[in-house]
Design a protein around this ligand. Structure first.
Ligand code: GDP
Length: 421
């Protein structure tokens, strides 16, 4: 069984929480793209954890966690994440963590390049998290990257690093900055040596696991609207967040997914710049942001918020190929007497449910309607029958509008705070 858990919108949909919940039934959890530019927040009996790089299954004993070839890994950040989990009593060993030899290393100069470029862009900045993600993916496609497997061969690592530093200094000349080989090698040796025990070729490992009938879950970072190709370019991330890429990014490109669980919030949120048609402002937005604690897990930045966005979610579900949905944070809407929903966009051709492509999105104006509030705190509901009728109507309304079945509804951040429809 091969399942992908993916985001339908701008990210922060609560995927980490859903993977943590669903991972009970899985043997192997893989991250297939991205780096430490976003964070999953997971709350369970061991405490509160923010995971930027490690797959969320690491918090569950008995699962093996794989960081796939599609990822970019900041060694220093990963070392810190492993240390903080270990300090909280969560074991991270070569038995429960396997890192692909083909994943790319995100270097200190990638971080620096990211910061310099956002500064240069000024008002036109992309809203990068400045963790070096765009530069490291850029270098990957320029074939100027170092991969995790390179760490295992000290004899060739220095030469490879030297060649890359030479090129990097040339390309960064106009910024008046460039990396130095000595400190870079020290960094690679110091943090890289800690990672060597975890590094494997994930392709034979996962292929054998699939053949043995192991249940494998592929975990995405960010959402459909941040995909480099199908998202709101250039306000995207630099990798493929779509389920169609999951098997490639995890290390089993020849396999097909059995299930795609699309995770979306009961309302919308967006970190960073770019079009966000359903965005709400002023007191209405402040109240929703506060109720949903919408501040970035990786950066602490206040998130932009809005009502549930039907055109954007329909699009996200379509490009993800979601077979079922998980709606998270329904409890957050309990405070509202009437619930705002962006039911359509007004564009040049009139009212539409289609998500506009390219610059057309800039012209879209949200059409808001209001649905009745739940009139009760729903955070203690554990089965469909516990939900007040208005909450159930809200879910059914969404389900109908996006044309995909809702299977899970989450009503709180804790592991048990959910119900199955
Ligand atoms: P991810 O990157 O998609 O995993 O999302 P984040 O971790 O950035 O954001 C989800 C946040 O919402 C986390 O702080 C979760 O603990 C919290 N959360 C997830 N599901 C629920 C829910 O159903 N209700 C509430 N109140 N919080 C939730």
């Amino acid at each position: 069984m091969l399942t992908a858990v993916v985001g339908i919108n701008w990210g922060d949909e609560g995927k980490g929480r859903m993977v943590d919940l669903l991972s009970e039934d899985y043997d192997i959890i893989c991250r297939y793209q991205g780096g430490n530019n976003a964070g999953h927040t997971v709350i369970n009996d061991k405490g509160k954890f923010i995971l930027n790089l490690l797959p969320s299954g690491i918090l569950r004993g008995g699962t093996v966690n794989v960081m796939g070839p599609g990822m970019v890994i900041d060694l220093e950040h990963l070392a810190g994440e492993i240390a903080s989990l270990t300090a909280k009593g969560v074991p991270v060993t070569p038995d429960n963590l396997k890192i692909s030899d083909k994943a790319f290393i995100c270097m200190p100069y990638h971080r620096m390049q990211d910061i310099l470029e956002e500064e240069r862009l000024g008002d036109k900045k992309y809203g990068s998290t400045k963790r070096g993600i765009a530069p490291v993916y850029g270098d990957k496609y320029m074939k100027k990257g170092l991969r995790m497997g390179d760490l295992r061969n000290a004899a060739t690592l220095e030469g490879k690093a030297r060649d890359i530093v030479e090129w990097k200094c040339l390309t960064l000349q106009s910024y008046g900055a460039g990396p130095e080989l000595g400190p870079l090698l020290e960094w690679l040796n110091h943090y890289g040596s800690k990672m060597i025990p975890y590094i494997i070729d994930t392709t034979p490992y996962l292929t054998a696991a699939a053949r043995e009938g192991k249940k494998i879950m592929l975990e995405a970072q960010l959402g459909a609207l941040r995909d480099i190709d199908y998202g709101i370019y250039p306000y995207t991330t630099s990798s493929q967040t779509l389920a169609a890429y999951a098997c490639i990014g995890a290390g089993i490109p020849g396999k097909k997914l059995d299930r795609v669980v699309g995770v979306m919030k009961a309302y919308s949120s967006c970190v960073g710049e770019g079009p966000f048609t359903a965005e709400m402002f002023g007191e209405e937005a402040d109240a929703l942001r506060k109720a949903g604690a919408e501040y970035g897990a990786a950066t602490g930045r206040p998130r932009r918020v809005g009502g549930f966005d039907i055109p954007a979610s329909r699009y996200g579900i379509q490009v993800q190929g979601a077979s079922e949905l998980a709606v998270t944070k329904l409890d957050v809407l309990s405070y509202l007497n009437k619930i705002p929903v962006c039911v359509a966009y007004e564009v040049a051709g009139g009212r539409t449910l289609d998500f506009p492509s390219g610059d057309d999105l800039l012209q879209a104006v949200p059409v808001y309607e209001y649905l009745p509030g739940f009139g009760a705190d729903i955070s203690m509901c554990r089965k469909a029958g516990d939900l007040p009728p208005a909450a159930m109507d809200y879910i059914r309304y969404i389900e109908n509008a996006v044309d995909c079945p809702v299977k899970y509804v989450s009503v709180g951040p804790g592991r048990e705070d959910y119900l199955i429809l």
